[in-house]
Design a protein around this ligand. Structure first.
Ligand SMILES: C[S@@+](CC[C@H](N)C(=O)[O-])C[C@H]1O[C@@H](n2cnc3c(N)ncnc32)[C@H](O)[C@@H]1O
Length: 248
């Protein structure tokens, strides 16, 4: 089923989300030892395709998967303009299939937290394991419960002409669910239009993540707290974890 989420955010994602730069810093550190063996890869929940394009520019045979038709359209357009052979596939990360198995799957910016149900984590990991060659790597990051408790209830905004977003979210105490309502204001000349997107997330504890990875056939599990990579007030220690696992 095609997603209507990120309908408006997709359009202005690259314009607004400059702050996703620390993900690149973290990825370079976490994947440094494995990159020399990577000839093919998939960026899962690729968004506007920035990371997939970076990898393709290094000569890696690239696939990019996202559920949002708007994100896929933008990613395809960027690949076409950059003349880079990224194959963009509109699909759900719980059931996606690639035309070939690959050496690496990445999934960045808490995209896995976007699945609707907690039990979907196992489906995502199984689908990723199916997409990887034996010995292939999977790297991803997750928001933890602490992020839902400490960060999601805050209000914050980005004002970057011609777009401004106001984000207000919440979390029901004691649950593994949170949501953010994003009000998007777009200026065309002197006229502003207002739109709305909602992002909902679920989270898991480290033990749940480890046992789901092992059940899907992954070993060699490594985890890094995100705080040192971000060094900002939106990512205090314990809020986000980067993971790297290897298919057995
Ligand atoms: C926060 S954005 C991250 C995009 C990109 N990975 C990045 O780092 O900028 C989350 C992305 O996950 C995608 N997404 C959400 N649920 C998905 C699903 N079930 N399957 C595939 N993609 C999904 C959204 O469409 C969106 O592009």
């Amino acid at each position: 089923m095609a997603s209507t989420k990120y309908r408006w955010l997709a359009e202005y994602y690259d314009h607004l989300y400059e702050f996703r730069r620390p993900f690149t810093t973290a990825r370079k550190c976490i994947l440094k030892p494995v990159m020399p063996g990577v000839e093919s890869a998939c960026d899962l929940a690729c968004g506007t395709g920035t990371h997939a394009l970076e990898m393709a520019a290094r000569g890696i045979r690239m696939y990019a998967v996202d559920l949002s038709p708007q994100m896929c359209r933008i990613a395809r357009g960027k690949a076409r303009r950059a003349k880079l052979p990224v194959r963009v596939i509109e699909a759900d990360m719980r059931i996606f299939h690639l035309p070939e198995t690959v050496d690496l799957v990445t999934c960045e910016f808490d995209a896995i937290n976007h699945v609707p149900r907690k039990q979907d984590l196992r489906r995502v990991f199984r689908a990723v394991a199916r997409a990887l060659k034996p010995g292939g790597y999977f790297s991803f990051d997750l928001n933890n419960r602490l992020a839902f408790e400490q960060i999601w209830p805050r209000n914050w905004f980005i004002d970057k002409d011609p777009v401004a977003i106001v984000v207000h979210g919440d979390h029901i105490p004691g649950t593994d669910r949170a949501w953010s309502d994003v009000e998007i204001f777009i200026r065309k000349g002197k006229i502003w239009t207002r739109h709305h997107d909602r992002v909902e997330e679920v989270c898991w504890g480290a033990t749940e993540v480890e046992s789901a990875l092992e059940a899907a056939g992954f070993g060699d599990l490594n985890a890094w707290d995100a705080a040192p990579f971000f060094n900002d007030e939106l990512t205090p220690p314990g809020n986000r974890t980067f993971w790297r696992a290897r298919k057995r």
